[in-house]
Design a binder for this molecule. Structure first.
Ligand code: COA
Length: 172
């Protein structure tokens, strides 16, 4: 793959919404009743929702692209997990997804490196994330990048409640 990296811009909203929806559905689609999946996608992975996240100044997005095609993306934003952070300035890695063809190629590593650099530049002392408890590949990836489990919670997808781990990485 010939992958380059850039910050997302407003004009990426539709393509990024499509990317989030397709990678989320490919990874987790089988976990949910169709109605729950549809409701979640309609709220989270549509152009208007992603355009709002690109514009609100609270989130930062980095894209991995091959030509015009998004093959990976990272979204960094405010700490919103139901967990008491132990630092004054936590941030949260809301999403880190790569397409199947980019798994194991280093694209996810590059996006993680950017995310940590960006979080540090914003003054964060720790980076948190939520990960599905059955997603062992992602947990191993995060552990390799210095994250450890500090809690758990239930993630809402429609009426479904998914058990997730909360993971934390110190940035100091
Ligand atoms: C999670 C993700 C970003 C990790 O990127 P990646 O390029 O796949 O990461 P790696 O290839 O380094 O794999 C991570 C670890 O999982 C291991 N692994 C590979 N396939 C695996 C599998 N089927 N089950 C469990 N572990 C697996 C790898 O050997 C590696 O372990 P190591 O770090 O101990 O060597 C990527 O897989 C992805 O986008 N997945 C789909 C979306 C997703 O789950 N995002 C995270 C949501 S919280």
């Amino acid at each position: 793959m010939s992958v380059t990296y850039r910050d997302a811009v407003a004009g990426d909203a539709q393509a990024l919404a499509d990317f989030w929806r397709e990678t989320f559905t490919a990874t987790f689609g089988a976990l949910y009743p169709v109605a729950d999946l549809k409701r979640f996608i309609a709220e989270s992975y549509v152009r208007a929702a992603v355009a709002g996240e690109l514009a609100d100044g609270e989130n930062s997005h980095r894209l991995a692209v091959e030509g015009e095609t998004i093959v990976g993306a990272s979204k960094l934003g405010a700490f919103k997990l139901p967990h008491e952070a132990d630092v004054a300035h936590p941030l949260e890695l809301h999403r880190l997804y790569v397409v199947a063809a980019a798994k194991g190629t280093g694209v996810a590593d590059a996006l993680m490196a950017w995310t940590k650099t960006r979080a540090r530049a914003q003054g964060a002392e720790a980076l948190y994330l939520g990960v599905y408890q059955g997603n062992e590949r992602a947990q191993r990836f995060y552990a390799r990048h210095g994250f450890s489990i500090v809690g758990e919670y239930l993630f809402e997808v429609g009426e479904t409640r998914d058990p997730e781990y909360i993971m934390r990485c110190a940035l100091a």
